[in-house]
Ligand binder design. Structure first.
Ligand SMILES: Nc1ncnc2c1ncn2[C@@H]1O[C@H](COP(=O)(O)OP(=O)(O)OP(=O)(O)O)[C@@H](O)[C@H]1O
Length: 451
């Protein structure tokens, strides 16, 4: 792939990711070359490279493959001649993401304009975290300090922190709100030490009104950074300034974090973002699809695809979103509507990785128990409705909840043909929208099987 071709692809990516993301993340990428199927980009900082890789990696690779199908991987390398200034130093405004902060002002990490409260889907697993974040975002008197958000990878901690920052910026523009990762905090600290500007560093951090530090587990084991963080933290709490912290686990469970820091972190409100449940995953997918519909107005999606994804990908929201991005990119490339088959084909690796080991036998057993029929009747040849319907329900669930192919499912249902299975799956798909009882049965069975 030539640099000119990359230039053209960049323009395509602009439409996919939006102007703001484009300016922040895609525009700075310089293609250095392609060797052995690996496209290497030069980036100003490793932070930018990591962010792009995690959030736009799939999309970039797909777009590149339209012109160069031999590219298998993309790689980011920090440019050797990057100026000494921290390239992660941005001002807290969406328009000037790469600007140097004004003298005496703390650089804050760039905010993603997609991470707002409006785009955050609330469900049982995250309602408390959402409510607490909303309260902080009002910018009223500090009631709990710090707000400590924790949870597994990709469950929305960063999203909520950005949402707080955006909302405060609108509601209380006079406040000095600083958002940065713990890694960036350390970076600033080390830089201040190196430049002998510790007084400035302390002064700057102590003049903040709301300090948000993401992924605080990063400072575990880094003694002098912890020390400085502790002082900054105390100084701000003493002045009644709001602090919001996120981590991948509860304060008490972060190894190599000083006890006094752990106990300070536990003083405020500690809220857990629980793993997503099926309803939340479906809600998130639906809200993302609404956005994709605007971007790809000609692409149709079959009913059942979102339910399938919400069933099958339960790892984290980032993976779920990545899957949808890939699905739309793929479908638009091949110019095909999004069917269940296309989904299974395009996302085979993701589906395999997050596969729950639910077996066909387990499904058959649960379904026959549910409808009170014998297992042998479900698998056997009789075609009376009282056996045929549960059989179709079981076939449908096998298709939805396992990665077995139609012929394989057919074989396990008494050696039936794959077209019989396909017919059964389609019939239940239709009935699911027309017959409330069937929809209820499916939901109940799915829950039982997942538990
Ligand atoms: N409830 C939600 N509604 C909408 N989008 C969500 C929700 N939860 C997570 N996401 C999306 O999932 C992706 C990952 O979320 P985020 O980066 O906030 O995760 P995180 O918890 O900070 O993960 P990490 O531990 O990797 O830092 C983001 O694109 C975010 O917008």
């Amino acid at each position: 792939m030539t640099k000119e071709q990359w230039g053209q692809l960049k323009q395509k990516l602009r439409t996919s990711v939006g102007t703001h993301n484009y300016k922040n993340w895609i525009e700075p990428l310089e293609l250095s070359g392609v060797t052995d199927g690996v496209a290497t980009f030069s980036v100003p900082t490793s932070f930018l490279g990591n962010y792009v890789s995690q959030n736009f990696g799939d999309l970039i690779l797909y777009q590149m493959n339209t012109l160069a199908p031999d590219i298998r991987r993309i790689h980011f390398q920090v440019a050797a001649n990057t100026p000494a200034r921290p390239a992660t130093a941005f001002k807290l405004t969406p328009q000037t993401s790469f600007a140097q902060p004004a003298e005496g002002q703390i650089p804050t990490a760039p905010l993603d304009d997609r991470f707002t409260f409006d785009s955050f889907v609330v469900g049982k697993p995250n309602e408390l975290a959402h409510a607490a974040a909303k309260r902080v975002a009002e910018g009223g008197p500090v009631t709990f300090n710090p707000l400590f958000l924790y949870g597994g990878v990709g469950l929305g901690k960063t999203h909520l922190m950005h949402a707080i920052a955006w909302e405060l910026q609108t509601k209380r523009p006079e406040l000095n709100v600083v958002y940065l990762s713990a890694e960036q905090f350390m970076y600033r600290f080390v830089q201040a030490l190196r430049d002998r500007r510790m007084m400035d560093f302390k002064e700057m951090f102590r003049s903040v009104d709301v300090l948000m530090v993401d992924d605080v587990q990063f400072i575990a084991g880094k003694d002098s950074t912890q020390e400085e963080f502790f002082h900054t933290f105390n100084a701000l709490v003493d002045q009644n300034k709001q602090i919001v912290i996120s981590a991948d686990r509860a304060p008490g469970e972060i190894a190599n974090l000083e006890e006094r820091i752990k106990s300070r972190l536990q003083c405020g409100l500690v809220v857990d973002l629980h793993p997503t449940d099926y309803e939340l995953r479906l809600g998130i997918l639906q809200s993302k699809v609404d956005q994709y519909r605007l971007q790809y107005p000609d692409l149709q999606m079959d009913s059942g695809v979102l339910e399938f994804l919400a069933h099958r990908i339960s790892t984290n929201v980032r993976v779920l979103e990545g899957a949808l991005t890939r699905l739309y990119a793929f479908a638009s490339l091949v110019g095909h509507q999004i069917t269940l088959e296309l989904t299974q084909d395009c996302l085979a690796d993701v589906l395999r990785a997050s596969e729950r080991k639910i077996s066909i036998e387990e499904i058959q057993r649960k379904v026959s128990e549910h409808y009170n029929i014998r297992l042998s009747d479900m698998i056997g040849p009789k075609r009376v409705r009282s056996f045929a319907r549960p059989r179709q329900v079981a076939m449908y669930l096998c298709k939805q909840m396992t990665s077995r192919s139609l012929p394989e499912i057919g074989r396990r249902f008494g050696g039936r043909d794959h077209t019989t299975v396909m017919h059964g799956v389609r019939r239940i798909e239709e009935l699911r929208t027309q017959d409330g009882q069937i929809a209820e049965d499916l939901e109940l069975l799915r829950r039982t099987l997942e538990s």
